[in-house]
Every structure is written in structure tokens, then in C-alpha cells.
Design a protein around this ligand. Structure first.
Ligand SMILES: C[S@@+](CC[C@H](N)C(=O)[O-])C[C@H]1O[C@@H](n2cnc3c(N)ncnc32)[C@H](O)[C@@H]1O
Length: 308
């Protein structure tokens, strides 16, 4: 999942798609799905989110948002490691009345961001790529080494940083933590560094567990972090309950998973949802009822909400 995203360009910037597998890295090829959203009257943010959710839902490894060259609409580009998933995205889009097409791509340009990656500050953490020189840290600060590979979670996006900045207050020593949509594992590993006894990291991206494990190792918390691709519904059905549940996901995914996120939160525990747009984060609240918003943190048009 791409995370060099900002409010204006959506889930990636610089024309870079990130989050695809080693197959694409080796240039063997991947598949791009182009989805057109909106049109003459211009797209709404909700339509763009909806289109992105269709692509993520079919297994996109990265989604990029561009202005349409032809009208006021938006074009969403989804990168798929598996052409069958791309075909599924096109079929699903057609069912929903959206215009979509797919094409094979060989030149991915997926690693260009690595050249300009920098350490990012979030709460006590400096999220630092391993190939970048460690920043000088002040008292109480800590380096969080993260190589996201092609998963989401480099720390370059506000939705990640907002959640990380909350962890110091939320992770009591020995707490159990669940990170849903963990990507690189940046939040789960941050929680482990804050004193969690265990942090379970789950994502639908099959590339995620390997990336999380390597990052946990880099930060010497591999013994505290468990990776899985089991859906949160499966974890909840097993009766797994956590003191703190972290969910940096898109709004439509939070709407879909809300009940399971709540079920996964232990009585008296806390849930943090992020990845919400500042002008309509409240629309996400019904999905996570009866938990109630206790704190809202925002940066650059994005919001993270702490619920109890
Ligand atoms: C915005 S990224 C967050 C990554 C990381 N936790 C961070 O804060 O930077 C969202 C992640 O959710 C994953 N995802 C999307 N739908 C999901 C689902 N239904 N269940 C679990 N993970 C999901 C994506 O693959 C992606 O890695």
C-alpha cells in the first residue's frame, strides 16, 4: 500500500506506487488497473475513497490518485502483483458502474522514493529507514527503524504518525496490542517499544508478515511481535481481546471491519482508528459504536480518533 500520500494527491505522491511484491521488484511484471472516478461535475472525496476501496479490496498492492487529463474527474491507478486480482478489481468496478481497465506494466519505478527518504518524527519516535543516517535524538526520543519494502508504513504519512504519537499515552506496561492493517508493522513495533507485552500485527497483504518480522528484528522486539494474515474477524471469533487495538485503514474498510475491531477491544480497552479525512471523520463513528470518541488528533487534513 502506498504511503507517500498527502491530502491532495491521495494515497501516493510523485507518481509512485508502492506495496507490490518481489515479483514486481524483479521487473517480471505486474498489472495496473485504471479506474475513473467522477467526471464533468468533478469527483467527491467519498467517490475517490470508494474507488480506492474497490482496488484495495481486490488485493491492490498500491493505489495512486491522479487528476484526470480529460475532465474534472480523478483517475485511480491500482498496482496488482497478481493479474487475477486485477481482473477481479475490473469486474467489481464494472458491477458498481465504474469505468475500469487493466494493462501489464514492466517498469514499476517503485523504489524511487528510497532515494529521498528521510527520518520522520512521530511522538517520541524518529521513524528511520535503515539506509538513512540515524538522526541525532534528544532526551526521551527513540529511533524506530523501518524498511517498509513495498508495504505501507514508512512513517511518511500523517495517518501513521498520528497513531504513533498516541502510543506513549496508551500503552501501559504489559499491555496486549492488535495492529489491524499493519503494513510494515510500524505501529505494532512502536507499541512493543512502548512496553507492550505482545503486539499482534495482521494485514491482508501477503508481503506484510515478512516485512514486519524483519522490522521487529531490526528494533530488537521480534520476541514481542506476532505476524499473521488472519482477518480481524477470525481473531475476534477466536475470542482474542486486546487492551489496545490500532486500525490505520481507509474509512470504507473501517466501516466494514468496525464491529470486529470493537469485538477485539478488551473491556476497558482502547481502539484507535486512523486514515480518516478531517472533514468527515465522524461518519466513521457508527461503525465502532458503542465505543465513543475520547480524543481526536489531526495533521494535514487527516484524523486519528481514540475511542473507549
Ligand atoms: C494505511 S495502511 C496502514 C499501514 C500501517 N499500519 C501504518 O500505520 O502505516 C493500511 C493497511 O491496511 C491493509 N488492509 C486493507 N484492508 C484490510 C483488511 N480488510 N484487513 C486487514 N488489513 C487491511 C492494507 O494492506 C494496508 O497495509
Amino acid at each position: 500500500m502506498a504511503d507517500h500520500l498527502d491530502r491532495t494527491s491521495g494515497w501516493s505522491v510523485g507518481g509512485t506506487l508502492r506495496g507490490v511484491t518481489e515479483t514486481a521488484r524483479e521487473g517480471i511484471g505486474w498489472t495496473r488497473v485504471t479506474l475513473t472516478v467522477g467526471g464533468a461535475t468533478g469527483p467527491t472525496d467519498a467517490a475517490a475513497e470508494f474507488g480506492a476501496a474497490v482496488l484495495w479490496g481486490a488485493g491492490a498492492a498500491g493505489v495512486e490518485e491522479r487528476d484526470s487529463a480529460e475532465d474534472d474527474g480523478l483517475v485511480l491507478l491500482g498496482g496488482f502483483a497478481d493479474p487475477a486480482d486485477a481482473a477481479r478489481a475490473v469486474a467489481r468496478a464494472a458491477e458498481l458502474g465504474l469505468v475500469a481497465s487493466m494493462e501489464p506494466i514492466t517498469d514499476d519505478g517503485l523504489d524511487a522514493w528510497r532515494e529521498w527518504a528521510v527520518a520522520e518524527r512521530a511522538g517520541r519516535f524518529w521513524i528511520t529507514p535503515p539506509w538513512v543516517e540515524a538522526p541525532a535524538i534528544g532526551a526521551g526520543e527513540q529511533i524506530l527503524w523501518i524498511d517498509p519494502g513495498r508495504t505501507f508504513g514508512s512513517g511518511s504519512h500523517p495517518t501513521t504518525r498520528l497513531v504513533l504519537a498516541l502510543l506513549d499515552d496508551l500503552v501501559s506496561p504489559g499491555a496486549t496490542v492488535l495492529d489491524v492493517g499493519c503494513g510494515s508493522g510500524v505501529l505494532a513495533i512502536g507499541a512493543a517499544l512502548c512496553g507492550a507485552a505482545t503486539a499482534v500485527a495482521t494485514d491482508i497483504d501477503p508481503a506484510s508478515p515478512g516485512v514486519v518480522a524483519a522490522n521487529a528484528d531490526r528494533n530488537q522486539v521480534a520476541h514481542l511481535v506476532r505476524t499473521t494474515t488472519d482477518p480481524v474477524a477470525v481473531l475476534a471469533a477466536r475470542g482474542e481481546r486486546y487492551d489496545l487495538v490500532l486500525a490505520n485503514l481507509l474509512a470504507p474498510v473501517i466501516a466494514e471491519l468496525g464491529a470486529d475491531l470493537v469485538r477485539s477491544t478488551a473491556p476497558g480497552g482502547a481502539l484507535v482508528i486512523s486514515g480518516l479525512l478531517a472533514d468527515r471523520w465522524e461518519a466513521a463513528l457508527p461503525a465502532v459504536a458503542p465505543l465513543a470518541a475520547r480524543r481526536v488528533a489531526s495533521e494535514d487534513g487527516w484524523v486519528a480518533v481514540l475511542l473507549r
